[in-house]
Design a protein around this ligand. Structure first.
Ligand SMILES: [Zn+2]
Length: 272
């Protein structure tokens, strides 16, 4: 008797997923300014371990202290020497980042942008995978692993085009100190990125929450601002999060599974 019951349950959850995708697609099409807020969960299927959760790096190695930026500011020369020598506890993450390729979810978001149905991506990921997949309207709130940034004037350069002749490197524009663009623990969010996130959030009437745990601020505050402004939230995440109670539509699947389904449905709706 157990197996027919189970079969019925599985069919029901599949149907539930399709219904949620349909509702999400209709809302996306009906909205004027759709923003995707992306977290580490999106890149797990690209081989990048998340920080939190069962297989998270912090779970394995312990949560790092919040002094990363303080250590940089105290001795930038030493910090740069360590960074260039490629040692330290983040080795596993850097190795995974170097190998990572966009997954089906990244390509789906790029297609959604091309269809004119996604206006912006705010990503907490530093992995550059949205760019590799073809997305163009992106704010990297925690910086990018492939860029360097002047901490004084926020000018950024592709890391492989910036010749490091001394450490710490100096900004050719203003003489300020240059570090990796990736935001360190304890480092303020770069003001230009934060301003753009706030601008995008203020225009947003529909936010997709993709693979974000909703516990890291300021990013976790943006969905709350959208709700307060009368906008709608769609959660696309295999797991329940701190933001789930705020979401009108909940799609319980991974990014690589549900985003291509969403784009497929959006294409059907807009072609009709
Ligand atoms: Zn500068």
């Amino acid at each position: 008797m157990a197996s027919p019951d189970r079969q019925e349950q599985e069919m029901t959850s599949e149907q539930r997923l399709e219904e949620a995708i349909d509702a999400a697609a209709r809302l996306v099409v009906a909205s004027k300014h759709v923003v995707a807020l992306v977290g580490a969960g999106h890149s797990v299927e690209s081989g990048i371990p998340p920080f939190r959760g069962p297989d998270g790096l912090w779970t394995k190695y312990g949560e790092p202290d919040m002094l990363g930026y303080q250590r940089f500011m105290r001795d930038p020369k030493k910090w740069w020497e360590e960074t260039l020598s490629g040692t330290g506890p983040m080795r596993e993450l850097f190795d995974a980042l170097a190998q990572a390729r966009p997954n089906a979810g990244h390509y789906a978001l790029a297609e959604l942008e091309q269809l004119g149905q996604l206006q912006h991506i705010i990503t907490q990921n530093i992995d550059n995978l949205h760019q590799e997949a073809g997305s163009t309207a992106i704010t990297e709130i925690h910086g990018s692993r492939v860029k360097l940034r002047c901490i004084a004037c926020t000018t950024r350069w592709p890391a492989d085009e910036f010749a490091i002749e001394e450490v710490p490197p100096k900004c050719p524009q203003c003489g300020g100190m240059v570090k990796t663009d990736t935001v360190l623990f304890g480092e303020p969010i770069p003001p230009d990125a934060l301003t753009e996130c706030i601008r995008q959030t203020s225009m947003c009437d529909c936010m997709l929450l993709v693979g974000t745990s909703g516990v890291v601020y300021p990013a976790a505050g943006f969905p709350q601002d959208v709700r307060m402004g009368g906008g709608q939230l769609i959660e696309l995440n295999p797991n329940e999060t701190a933001l789930t109670p705020l979401c009108g539509i909940i799609v319980r699947a991974s990014a690589a599974t549900c985003l291509p389904m969403l784009v497929g449905r959006v294409r059907q709706l807009t072609a009709a």
